[in-house]
Design a protein around this ligand. Sequence first.
Ligand SMILES: Nc1ncnc2c1ncn2[C@@H]1O[C@H](COP(=O)(O)OP(=O)(O)OP(=O)(O)O)[C@@H](O)[C@H]1O
Ligand SMILES: [Mg+2]
Length: 605
Amino acid sequence: MTTSTQQRPGRPERDPLGPDPDNPPPAGVHSLWRLRSYLRPHRGALLVMLSTALAGIGVAIAIPLVIRALIDGPITNRELDPVLPLGLLVLALGVLEAVLTWWRRWVQSNAVLNVETAMRRDLYAHLQALPMSFHSRWQSGQLLSRATTDLSSIRRFFGFGMLFLFINILQVTAVTAVLLAMYWPLGLVVACTAAPIVWLSMRFEKEYVVVSRRVQDEQGDLATRAEEAAVAIRVIKSFGRSRYISDQYEAAARQLHTTSMDKVRLSARFWTFLEVIPNCAVVVVLLFGAIGVGRGALTPGELVAFITLMLSLVWPVSSLGIILAMAQEAMTSAARILEIFDTESDIVSGTRTIDRPRGHLRFEHVDFAYPGALDEPVLRDVNLDIRPGETVAVVGATGSGKTSLTALVPRLFDVTGGAVTIDGVDVRDLELAHLRQLVATAFDDPTLFSMSARENLTLGRADASDADIEEALDVAQAGFARELPWGLETRIGEQGMALSGGQRQRLALARAVLSRPPVLVLDDTLSALDVHTEALVEEALRRVLVDTTGLIVAHRASTVLLADRVALLQGGTITHVGEHRELLATVPAYRELLAADPSLEEAAS
Ligand SMILES: Nc1ncnc2c1ncn2[C@@H]1O[C@H](COP(=O)(O)OP(=O)(O)OP(=O)(O)O)[C@@H](O)[C@H]1O
Ligand SMILES: [Mg+2]
């Protein structure tokens, strides 16, 4: 296979290293178990939750027993004196149950929100630390849905499902034991009705997981479409494709509606059965209970207590299905989140720093291929020595690897062979934070944040003085920033939308210049400027570049003139290095590249 970039075959449809939506990572209890460290700081809260819930079960069992005593004692004997204290006791127990529930919920929400916040913080920090290669593989929509939907499904399980899974099983066991002790034939009847409910719940859980997973995916799809439509609104409008896009959106929305209705129908059917089964059981229990009371095997109070206790079982038994579905969902979510956490950053910080950086930048036999496309090297055996204070322009056809070359200096990617060194130190041995202070970059597609112009400018150097900012604005010919409605405090729109392309480029350039780096990397930063402004920027840049080492990607002869030397990138390697005039005279490929440039004539003269 040739390495010529023009003939490079299309990349595979789905990156082999990226997430695979059809084959989610295996989810099991172990994935939730691995997140247990997040619960550790909240052990006290867990204890409170557990004990209040246990006390709640006790109270729930005690109330029917007191009622039984009330019916069998004072009411049957027509003695009214003990009615009041017993009635008050029931009331007190009821209030106690309410208080316990309130306390548990409060502790629970508090702890669980903290857990979610902690996970969110770690996820965000981890995403920031992950290398460029990770972010180019993963769609931002995927990351978004993991950071929101998946985190909240884990929160729901930790806060609710996990506790009730335990408590419900306990409650069912305890109440069934009490029922059997009270009158075992009826107790058996109750135990038997539990069987179909459990069976139904299990079946429900299986179907519910599938449907709710589908709803989740479709919600994600819809969100992605909405996001894309908002971000790409200019493209959509200018191509007159609003109709097409909204049709697509509508189809996705309708699909989501259908699936959601499936989910609703499933739940409705399940809950209906759930109502019917206990009611049938009540009829049976009443019938046999009446016979039992007639025979004297059971008192009326016991029958009432029995039925009350039995009804208290309906929720714990029937919620089992939902809780199991919740557990399943949380396991899947945990696996999806761990998939991100388990991605190690392969850009590991070194330990060295350079005390007095001179900015001697060298590429030594550098090979580079993008992760996931290792058999298609972009750069081969690149050698380039940029002396301190020198500026070298990189010229090459589109797609020849210029941007890739510049990305290696601040370690957005790592070389696959050879080394990039600054003052003789391999950039991989340098502390990352230090390296990125040594090297400032401005890209051809300048990203500005929705912050004030000042904050955007001082991104690389928070302590910059007003004088520094003024100077940087002058160099970049970005004086327009002072004329914005609120001057430098003006908030710049999302992705810098409110500014023109050239204005954004000049702000990004000012940002790079402001941090006064020993090494300045400019990737075609001036492409959106008119010839006149470009000349002004270059004039000022020349002054800045005097004591800065510069690596400048250039498409125009005028930019090339900024540089002391030019490196010609062809077929993934640097074939010629020399002065502009020299290359122009001796290298036909170089002449061809700059041929269409009108400023060539004056540059040559
Ligand atoms: N993230 C990436 N993953 C895989 N391949 C990539 C990636 N980015 C770029 N490439 C490939 O690497 C090659 C060089 O791209 P690069 O962006 O470095 O070219 P360039 O010289 O900067 O082009 P231009 O002048 O158009 O900006 C191209 O063939 C491109 O398809
Ligand atoms: Mg490029």
